[in-house]
Design a protein around this ligand. Structure first.
Ligand SMILES: [Zn+2]
Length: 124
């Protein structure tokens, strides 16, 4: 009698353990398959993915655009305030630091390259 009960419970356990992976698989398939990164993303990751789709770069993750540095095409410097310190690399050995203020484009005191401050708002 005891052996029959043990055999029955072992068979029940084996049946349940075989059914479990199928249930998990069915649950995942019912939702339409494996979710994409965009479907799984939340919070900051989702904000960045949404902005990247629209061509925006709110956290400056992409490489900055290059400008000629001339008066017509000055280097654009984003800033959250009305001034920002800028370092202009003269050659590979020296950097000239100066304050860039809001308004018209300013020239580097050493090489004459033009820089212009542009307002930048933090995304949150
Ligand atoms: Zn310079």
């Amino acid at each position: 009698m005891a052996a029959r009960l043990l055999l029955r419970s072992a068979l029940r356990a084996a049946t349940v353990s075989r059914a479990s992976p199928a249930l998990v698989l069915n649950r995942g398939m019912a939702a339409g398959g494996i979710p994409t990164d965009e479907e799984q993303a939340t919070g900051l990751e989702k904000v960045i993915m949404t902005a990247a789709k629209e061509g925006a770069d709110p956290y400056n993750l992409m490489r900055p655009k290059e400008y000629a540095g001339s008066k017509a095409d000055p280097h654009m410097v984003p800033s959250i305030s009305n001034k920002r310190i800028v370092g202009c690399e003269e050659d590979n050995t020296a950097v000239v630091w100066f304050w860039l203020h809001q308004g018209e484009a300013q020239r580097c005191p050493s090489c004459g390259a033009h820089y212009q401050l542009v307002a930048h708002e933090l995304p949150h």
